[in-house]
Design a protein around this ligand. Structure first.
Ligand SMILES: *Cc1c(COP(=O)(O)O)cnc(C)c1O
Length: 370
């Protein structure tokens, strides 16, 4: 339940069509296991993204875990990973006792820096590269794909924050050997919790469905050869997802409008920069993120919180997390870009159900602080 009057960063936004589909699942008594809404949801998301197949799972994190498992990542293997990301991207590597190597961001997109990635390939031979599409925007894929192809290493696209975005008219969630999306409560559309693994390689998806169902073999009795997990999505959750998918594009448009509104109203201040958009990118603007370059970001966040407005710093880079502090961080400049973005960046309320008067209040409070 959300608190009254508080302005949230990115709360769930029901479209009104969810209940009819949930009712269908309940009336048919098909709430588990799996079911027709799961099958349809997988088909609809694959069609939307232009990808051959998808496995609906319990979370985006589960999808990341399975993607690495399917690629055969094991103990001691190196996996490259965006440094500026949510911890789930890196945790999937640790679940398999593999070793994450964090790649710095570039200022152009805030995403994985192609030059740093090239630098990393000079030092390590990774088994996979996890590229996050940060805050709704794709990484610079032409550059990144070129480098990974040259080194014959597969890309896993973490598009958890970027469902609905595209790069050169190709949808985020369709890049790489495999991609993942998330339907967590704070994402652009939500099923309350859930995720999907996507690939043009159908064998991967068949494998994912098996691993997500405790790797049960195809016998009448319960036969298990491999270690599996309980990661599949329920029919009720998928019913919510199908209703949400129908409004995805309209929600993206609203979030982009919210971003432009913040920008138009605040860009005159010379200390403020907004997250840029690559020429080839169409961002979902999942969250409006800006940088304030006068060491006042924490006081601004605290000011907004005191006014009942949720605001948060940018993701704390993985190489600075106590969980991951180590020397496995690759950058090209002396100063790390991801740290600079964390030190000065904040996320503003950006939900597709953000009321106009609430956004005006946020803008007024930022101006008052400045
Ligand atoms: C939310 C998120 C995830 C994890 O998704 P869940 O469905 O919450 O497990 C992974 N990566 C990034 C970048 C995210 O923002």
């Amino acid at each position: 339940m959300t608190k009254k009057n508080k302005i949230y960063l990115s709360p769930p936004h029901m479209s009104g069509n969810e209940l009819a589909l949930i009712e269908d699942a309940i009336k048919s008594n098909w709430i588990a296991p799996l079911g027709p809404h799961v099958d349809e949801f997988e088909k609809e998301v694959s069609a939307y993204l232009g990808v051959k197949d998808a496995a609906a799972l319990s979370s985006g994190t589960a999808a990341l875990h399975l993607s690495l498992k399917i690629l055969g990542i094991k103990k001691g293997d190196y996996v490259f990973c965006s440094d500026l990301t949510f911890v789930a991207s890196a945790n999937a590597i640790s679940y398999l006792s593999a070793i994450p190597i964090f790649i710095d961001s570039e200022l152009k997109s805030w995403n994985m820096c192609p030059e740093s990635l090239e630098e990393a390939f000079k030092k390590y031979s990774p088994k996979a590269v996890i590229v996050t599409d940060l805050y709704g925007q794709s990484a610079d894929y032409y550059e990144i794909i070129k480098i990974c192809e040259k080194n014959s290493v597969p890309i896993i696209e973490d598009a958890a924050e970027s469902l609905g975005a595209s790069y050169d008219n190709k949808k985020c969630g369709s890049f790489g050997e495999m991609a993942i999306v998330s339907f967590n409560g704070n994402k652009i559309i939500t099923t309350s919790g859930g995720g999907m693994l996507l690939s043009n390689n159908q064998d991967y998806i068949i494998k994912a469905r098996k691993l997500a169902s405790q790797a049960k073999e195809d016998y009448l009795h319960y036969e298990h050869v491999e270690l599996g997990y309980n990661y599949r999505m329920s029919n009720i959750i998928a019913a919510i997802g199908r209703a949400q998918l129908k409004v995805l594009d309209s929600y993206v448009k609203i979030r982009r409008k919210i971003f432009n509104n913040y920008k138009e109203n605040l860009i005159d201040n010379k200390n403020i920069n907004f997250i840029p958009e690559l020429d080839l990118s169409y961002s979902t603007r999942w969250l409006t993120v800006m940088q304030i370059n006068n060491n006042s970001v924490n006081s601004l966040i605290n000011h907004l919180i005191s006014k009942n407005i949720e605001a948060r710093p940018v993701w704390k880079p993985m190489h600075l997390q106590p969980l991951y502090i180590n020397n496995n961080f690759i950058k090209i400049q002396d100063k790390s870009i991801s740290k600079q973005l964390f030190d000065n960046g904040l996320c503003l309320p950006s939900g597709s159900n953000l009321a106009t008067e609430d956004q005006i209040k946020v803008i007024e409070e930022i101006k008052a602080f400045l």
